[in-house]
Design a protein around this ligand. Structure first.
Ligand code: GAR
Length: 209
């Protein structure tokens, strides 16, 4: 497998996006492989999925550190130990700090059409607002909350009787497929970032202009 495909995936919950990446990477032609899974809490299904797939895991809890900066440095060091080419924040409910963001490209997935409804409650906020179409966004992380350059988006309809759980499941079905497609293409084809424009293909992975 080419080095371009080493993924460290970060999770905080059920890890169904992680599972989709684990399943996709069972095929060597996918071009990317999950080399470690990190979390900010114990006892979550995302970590159990990694263990079942015989992928190493690590946990760094914010509450175990006196300052945010110390946690930022600790999680960056854990990530760095696996020499990833791409970090995927897949339902990881923490903002990563400069030690990680300056060292690695970080891809993030969000259950709304950014820039609408950023943050921890994107599905609920869209529902409360009464939108008729929402969706999911795959973007490169920056220091803001869901503000980085957008890589891909897909729309999902909101149906009249949706509650948050039903709508989130409809979004996640699309989100998993989109994330798998984008991570695979980035690993196989490379990508460039120019300002807010992300372009996949024909170019060396991770270059910024
Ligand atoms: C996903 O829908 C992801 O977009 C969302 O958490 C879910 C994780 O699902 N992330 C955010 O809301 C981040 N702002 P999963 O644990 O089943 O992959």
């Amino acid at each position: 497998m080419s080095k371009a495909g080493r993924l460290v995936v970060l999770v905080s919950g059920s890890g169904t996006n992680l599972q989709a990446l684990l399943d996709a990477s069972a095929d060597p032609s996918y071009g990317a492989r999950v080399v470690a899974v990190g979390a900010d809490r114990d006892g979550i299904e995302g970590l159990a999925r990694a263990t079942r797939a015989q992928v190493p895991t690590f946990v760094e809890k914010l509450g175990d550190y006196a300052t945010r900066a110390e946690w930022d440095a600790a999680i960056a060091a854990r990530i760095a130990a696996y020499e990833p080419d791409l970090v995927v924040s897949a339902g990881f409910m923490k903002i990563l700090g400069p030690p990680t963001l300056d060292a690695f490209p970080v891809l993030n997935t969000h259950p709304a059409l950014l820039p609408s409804f950023p943050g921890a409650h994107g599905v609920r906020d869209a529902l409360v607002h009464g939108v008729k179409v929402t969706g999911c966004t795959v973007m490169l992380a920056d220091s803001g909350v869901d503000t980085g350059p957008i890589v891909a988006q897909e729309a999902v309809p909101v149906l009249p009787d949706d509650d948050e759980a039903v709508l989130h499941e409809r979004i996640k079905t699309v989100e998993r497929r989109l994330l798998v497609e984008i991570v695979g293409r980035m690993a196989r084809e490379g990508w460039t970032v120019s300002g807010r424009q992300v372009r996949i293909g024909n170019l060396t992975g991770g270059e910024s202009t």
